[in-house]
Design a binder for this molecule. Structure first.
Ligand SMILES: [Zn+2]
Length: 113
């Protein structure tokens, strides 16, 4: 996964929001990170630090809120955590499912001064 590209957009959003709030400093950023988003938190953190250098978000603390992957069975409505090679409903064993969480990757909130 391309953490660099992902982080670029997270940084852009952070700076844009900070600008709207007329902030002089971003103190912390909360990022929602889905288990299946494909992004690794350490990499995002690394790029974030790099990309916010000489901006008002330099030195901002990053808080990750990890979201586990969850799927909803299209047959019986059961909500479960898919895992393993074959993903199937743990109740009716149907393989028709809808991923309802785990792909999230966005800035949830920022704190500014
Ligand atoms: Zn089912």
């Amino acid at each position: 996964m391309h953490e660099m590209t992902i982080t670029r957009s997270l940084v852009d959003i952070t700076l844009e929001e900070a600008g709207k709030a007329n902030a002089t400093k971003v103190t912390s950023v909360s990022i929602v990170l889905g288990e299946m988003s494909g992004a690794v938190d350490q990499s995002v953190e690394f790029y974030f630090e790099l990309m916010t250098r000489d901006t008002i978000a330099e030195g901002a603390k990053i808080n990750f809120r990890k979201v586990p992957n969850r799927a909803k069975c299209r047959k019986c409505g059961n909500i479960f955590k898919p895992g393993g090679i074959f993903w199937e409903c743990d109740k009716c064993h149907s393989m028709e499912m809808e991923i309802i969480s785990g792909r999230e990757l966005y800035v949830e909130s920022i704190e500014v001064d």
